[in-house]
Design a protein around this ligand. Structure first.
Ligand SMILES: [Zn+2]
Length: 140
């Protein structure tokens, strides 16, 4: 009996520590993945492997790994910018609170001054009204 064309190695996540990873020589379909949906790893008999195809796959893998690194770096840069923006936003919010409190105090002072002005005006108006009415008093 010749070696099987392909054999499968059990996913690492579900290994029984007493037995280690199990090999299986029958075809294992995608629906036989473990509970974590990790597939069995397929191994193809060496004499069936096209060296050009293998080289191509390895080159593609290296390229993909590089892309993943680039993506990681880009994601990190974006995250870093996002953090800066968040810090800046927090600072702006703090400044807005201070400004709002300042405006609130200015408004309170202005209202107090207006009230005082209106009181004086009311007193003046009352005095003027009394002054206008006083000639009439002569006829009493
Ligand atoms: Zn598993």
């Amino acid at each position: 009996m010749s070696d099987p064309e392909r054999i499968f190695l059990e996913a690492e996540c579900c290994v029984d520590p007493d037995y280690g990873r199990q090999w299986n020589s029958r075809d294992i379909g995608p629906n036989e993945d473990c509970d974590n949906e990790s597939p069995w790893v397929e191994y193809v008999r060496a004499d069936l492997v096209d060296p050009d195809a293998l080289g191509q796959v390895k080159a593609e893998n290296a390229e993909l790994a590089e892309s993943v690194d680039d993506l990681g770096e880009t994601a990190y840069k974006r995250l870093s910018k996002l953090r800066d923006a968040e810090a800046h936003t927090e600072q702006l919010e703090a400044e807005i609170v201070v400004l709002r409190e300042g405006l609130c105090n200015i408004a309170k002072v202005a209202i107090k001054e207006l009230n005082s002005t209106f009181e004086h005006m009311a007193v003046d108006t009352l005095r003027d009204a009394n002054a206008l009415r006083s000639p009439g008093h002569e006829h009493d």
